[in-house]
Design a binder for this molecule. Sequence first.
Ligand SMILES: [Zn+2]
Length: 269
Amino acid sequence: MMRHILAVGAHPDDIELGCAGALAAHRSAGDDVTMLVLTGGQNGPGRTSERWDEQQQAAHVLKAELLWGGLIDCTLFPDSSLISIVEHAIRTTAADVIYVHAPDDSHQDHRAAAAATLSAGRMSSRILHYRSPSTVQFNPTVFVDVSEHLGTKLAALDCHRTQVDGSSMVDLELVMVAARYFGGMARVQHAEAFAPARFVWDLVPRPRAAGDAASTTAERPTDRAERGAERAADFAAERPADRAADRRAEQRSGAHHGAHAAPKGEPVW
Ligand SMILES: [Zn+2]
């Protein structure tokens, strides 16, 4: 049965660091994968346009759809605006499994993304927290065997060239060592590790309700691409909290940003 996977990250590269191997495993199992990147990583190394390009390339490597939250780096706060953005992504993707940052993290955006996703996913049966280089306490009890997908993870991370070259947080050697270490804990070669907020193991998956936005079980790649474009457009057009969130971000950053009705996956800051 095809599952719908949503991965939420605060910045470009966060999702790849935390769970790109699992996302690649999902794709090879026939699941569809959507990445929601909440900010443009404006405060890290690299220009925003470069980071946007890098994230697009990484999503392409992972064969994932990409949604942007359109918010500003270092300004995330887990209020109703941010929760609405994640709720909308959960609804438009009909997510069965949600991956997000671990709650105990020294980066405030990571903490906010985790808290907002827990609120937005209050009715979700499967929420898994992934580890970031800035995570503090992390006790993983769920593992995904990524032995066949570590190369894809590294290729996706390598797309984030401004970070690989300019940030000590993106260390590909450390990524490989961690995968081997977690593999040892999981009794496989390489693993990614997760701490579940909730994880219901649906041994016999329930059939989807009629009219479910993502109820197709055997769709052609072109269907998937078309639906992805529709989702991105819906996501940009319907988000109720956009304007309030953007206004707040502008106030916090002191910056002036243009129109925020982003069509089809364009960045909106
Ligand atoms: Zn981050």
